[in-house]
Design a protein around this ligand. Sequence first.
Ligand code: 13P
Ligand code: SF4
Length: 360
Amino acid sequence: MDEKYTRLDSDEVMRLITERKEQLGGEVCILGHHYQRDEVFRFADFTGDSLKLSQQAAETGAKYIVFCGVRFMAESADILTGDDCAVILPEMSAGCEMADLAAAADVAEALERISAVAGDTVVPITYVNSSAGVKAVTGRSGGACCTSSNARSVFEWALREKDSGGAGGAKILAAPDQHLARNTAIAMGYGLDDCVLYDPAAENGGLTDEQIRDATFILWNGYCYVHQVFTAEQIEHVRGERPGIKVIVHPECPREVVAAADLSGSTEQILRAVGDSPAGSSWAVGTEVHMVHRLAADNPDKYVRLLSDTPAVCTSMSRIDPPHLLWVLDNLAEGKIVNRISVPEDVAADARAALERMIS
Ligand code: 13P
Ligand code: SF4
């Protein structure tokens, strides 16, 4: 980005973004994830969780999608749109630390090893918070993607018999988030002993053949550092401080946190649960702080607080700031595309299969 953008006064940046948006009209569609800072979020044409935004991307007729989220979201948007739509990530370093915990070659190796032990019965299910390469491995192997809002239906599909429209799997390899996968398995009625942890850094994933054979869920050793901040003790604390308070957390939180909470759900589901609750309700929310603060501001008739006292910040999301947004819009207004996210077609084709299986 040109240095001059960092020197602009913030009100001027806001004014110029508004002007550029008007100038570009329907050619550009700005998508904003719930974790974005307010100064960026307010410019989004559509907001949502990962699932809603990927559906929105697939349906938009815009020439340009400016994705105010993180790289894996922009990659999914590129995979789901045609070549005539350019997907732009305003700051290329906005990655996802959880996605970085699973490399495509490691997932392919794990799948090979697990299939060698367990036979042809393992279905890879990949959380959308993953690289396009990991999604491609999944798509090539008959698996599907999932998001935090549909993980349970996708897991159920994976284990359902082929005659009943499922994938006919006996096991799921779930990457990269161990917590989402464990929480989903428990919600489906399985026990903790049906899950084993596959550590890509250890020989054979740190698992014996017997452990692999006995497990239904093989969980990748990945996690989100933002959601690791939340604990069951914090839940006890907020309940002690404000009796009757409801606790809602994201399923990326560890098992004991989801178990102690009243509810869990994707960012959009959290938004709806709090929004639809009666005036006077009290909520402690275990997810990224920007979303929780906005939720509190949008629901002045309710008490809404972050579950932890220490802020849970997704620093990757925060890298998308108004100067970067203005910079990409300025370039588009001059007919130039900067920071385009372009997944090579050989990877995109297999990744698309995994994403489309999820959407269908
Ligand atoms: P949602 O799909 O719930 O928006 O979650 C995305 C994410 O990255 C959570 O950390
Ligand atoms: Fe990735 Fe965690 Fe940020 Fe979500 S909150 S984008 S999982 S680092």
